[in-house]
Write a protein that binds this ligand. Sequence first.
Ligand code: PNS
Length: 168
Amino acid sequence: MKTAVYPGSFDPITKGHLNIIERAARLFDHVTVCVMVNSDKSPMFTLQERKDLLRKSTAHLPNVSVDAFGGLLANYARDHECCTIIKGLRAGSDFEKEFQMAMINRKLNPNLESLFLTAEHQYMYLSSSAVKEMSYYGADVSDFLPEEIIEDFIKRMNQIANNKEANP
Ligand code: PNS
């Protein structure tokens, strides 16, 4: 059985992520989307919440499951006997960071291959951070997020805005 792991922060999942998941699910027998910790980021949703949002967004994909892990990706892959990591590549700016991560993961776990799927043109500029920023300043982000999570996203964004108002 050909399996792959698609790791990321997914804070929250965007339509760009979903497009990569759908395409990976056509290439592999099973794909695990794994919510992981990026130590450079302060997430808006907890690991469990991000998992729940991913589950809602991928419910239509029978060969996709969702997991979360707080350690090294190389160890997660080893423990789950998986040797392919899927990553989405947007603009050239993603390349350097992803190349470095692929090298490090390979060093930590020599059985690992990183497979890069290029983003569809309509998602080339899309990121969870950009969606959060747009929404914080009141823009409609419904074009960028899976329909199933928009309500949860707006609810959390309103909580954040209300907290900021109460504690400027
Ligand atoms: O969506 P992101 O934030 O670009 O995803 C990055 C992520 C979470 C995949 C990366 O930070 C990661 O793999 N974190 C787990 C720890 C790890 O294995 N880091 C790579 C070796 S330093």
